[in-house]
Design a protein around this ligand. Structure first.
Ligand code: ZN
Length: 292
């Protein structure tokens, strides 16, 4: 291991078949190859790619040290968002500058918004309950946050978005009254007030980084609503830095004669350290004050 992994606490974590929680993650920074492939990825990477990316960066998850996509697909969307923000903070500075175009058709000005990833992450706090209980007109119900697998399966349904959403809700709704194992049709057959109560219980209970922001347009003072998808953010920022990554590989390869493979296997922090040493050497500065 060439860079220390970061310890991250998840809000929900992985719940194994005995009901035990696995909330502590050791997260490795992306290496150059991973930065490269994300920079070349489409605007929105698919659920399966998200699971594979997280599995390749998690060194340890609670009691598990061999992590595959079955583990990462079982994480809640809040925990996956947290991990994506942590991966981003291992690469970039804390400040997250965003630009949003004003939705007012008479304005369309660009507005800047400065966020800080450390503030988005906040504290994970106490473990999230496995189920959120809620009283509905159809009797007591319980709901849990969607996992990556829930999202992957419902998005793969060749049907309109309402049907996909119904499948997702049916998967995460554990019970309504004496109904168990709901189907998408069961979900759609529930009273609207029941569905709404379940959705509210999920929104209130879910421990996820808050990724929706409201601000005022500086030009027309209209409201701007911004929702961040941390995986989109990561791919967008890496795409913007793709030329620089190429220049870094070029510079290190030129001076050290290492192969592209070797250089891209390094995480960014290590590449940058070598580039700093090269700069110091070229400028005749001491490479390490402590030597000799
Ligand atoms: Zn405006």
């Amino acid at each position: 291991m060439i860079e220390p992994a970061r310890e991250v606490a998840l809000a929900r974590g992985l719940i194994d078949e005995t009901g035990a929680r696995h909330r502590r993650v050791l997260l490795r920074p992306l290496n150059g190859w991973q930065e490269w492939s994300l920079a070349a990825a489409p605007d929105r990477i698919g659920a399966a790619e998200v699971h594979a990316l997280l599995a390749s960066c998690i060194e340890r998850l609670g009691g598990y040290s061999e992590i595959d996509t079955s583990h990462t697909a079982a994480l809640s969307r809040g925990d996956r968002a947290r991990l994506a923000l942590e991966l981003r903070s291992l690469l970039f500075e804390d400040r997250l500058p965003l630009t949003q175009r004003c939705p007012n058709p008479d304005c369309r000005e660009l507005a800047d918004l400065d966020l800080f990833v450390s503030q988005l992450l906040g504290e994970p706090g106490a473990p999230e309950p496995e189920w959120f209980d809620v009283a509905t007109e159809d009797g007591p119900a319980r709901v849990r946050p969607p996992t990556g697998l829930d999202e992957e399966i419902s998005m793969a349904l060749p049907a309109p978005p309402e049907q996909q959403a119904a499948l997702l809700w049916s998967r995460i709704t554990g019970a309504v009254g004496d109904q168990r194992g709901l189907t998408a049709e069961d979900w759609l057959a529930l009273r609207p007030a029941t569905r709404q109560a379940i959705a509210m219980a999920l929104a209130d209970g879910e421990a996820a980084p808050d990724l929706t922001f409201l601000s005022r347009c500086p030009a027309c003072a209209g409201w701007l609503e911004l929702e961040i998808n941390p995986f989109d953010l990561l791919t967008r920022e890496l795409r913007r830095g793709a030329d620089r990554l190429l220049a870094e590989v070029h510079c290190i390869a030129f001076h050290y004669s290492w192969s592209e493979d070797t250089i891209l296997a390094l995480p960014r922090s290590r590449r940058w350290r070598y580039l700093e040493l090269l700069r110091d050497q070229i400028e005749g500065r001491p490479l390490n004050e402590g030597w000799g």
